[in-house]
Design a protein around this ligand. Structure first.
Ligand code: SF4
Length: 205
């Protein structure tokens, strides 16, 4: 599936057997490695700029046949849980058709919404991929530049709680960031019952 037209934002796009859903450009982080903070809003050939708020009604007609893909992935140059209503409605629509849903998140949804959103996510998300990106608050501050106070602590708490609600939880960190100990990131993931995924700098999507 490609974008609707060259003038429309790319809301749904395929990479391999995975269909990606781009539902927000908002984010409470300003990661120094994020392409959007380095002049690009592009992943592969897709421009992920969004010029309006996205609702479930924008996405659902574009989902296509769930049998065409291995899974749907909420991911983009924004944090999907900031558009929570859309995320939940779309995920439920995919599950109703028998599809599989993954959410890529910065793990700050509970901090942002000031409540535990994991029970709601557990109703419609099969797997969660949480970006840890640092093994210390200082490293997180340096690389992810959070706008909200206590973000790193909230992220660790989210990683701790997530496996109690969702069976498949992956925690990722990027190899090659200065002052980040990737082995310690793996320990944080595994001691909380999550699978660790090492990502490489400059590879997105
Ligand atoms: S969390 Fe993702 S979208 Fe947000 S600034 Fe970081 S890399 Fe970019």
């Amino acid at each position: 599936m490609t974008e609707i037209s060259s003038t429309s934002p790319t809301l749904v796009y395929d990479i391999g057997k995975h269909r990606y859903l781009n539902i927000t450009a908002r984010c409470t982080l300003r990661c120094q490695f994020c392409p959007k903070h380095n002049g690009s809003k592009q992943v592969h050939d897709y421009d992920l700029s969004l010029n309006k708020s996205i609702t479930a009604m924008d996405i659902i007609p574009l989902l296509g046949d769930v049998k065409e893909v291995e899974e749907y992935v909420f991911c983009g140059f924004g944090e999907p849980t900031l558009n929570l209503d859309c995320l939940l409605q779309v995920a439920h629509a995919i599950k109703a058709q028998g599809g599989r849903v993954r959410l890529n998140t910065d793990g700050l949804g509970n901090l942002f919404h000031r409540r535990n959103i994991l029970p709601q996510l557990s109703q419609c998300i099969d797997s969660l991929s949480i970006s840890l990106n640092a093994d210390t608050p200082e490293g997180y501050q340096r690389h992810c530049r959070p706008k909200l106070a206590h973000s790193y602590e909230a992220l660790l708490e989210f990683i701790h709680q997530a496996p109690q609600f969702i069976k498949e939880v992956q925690v990722s960190a990027i190899n090659g960031l200065a002052d980040v100990d990737i082995a310690r990131c793996m320990v944080i993931a595994e001691k909380n019952g999550c699978q660790f995924k090492q990502r490489e700098l400059d590879k997105i999507g």
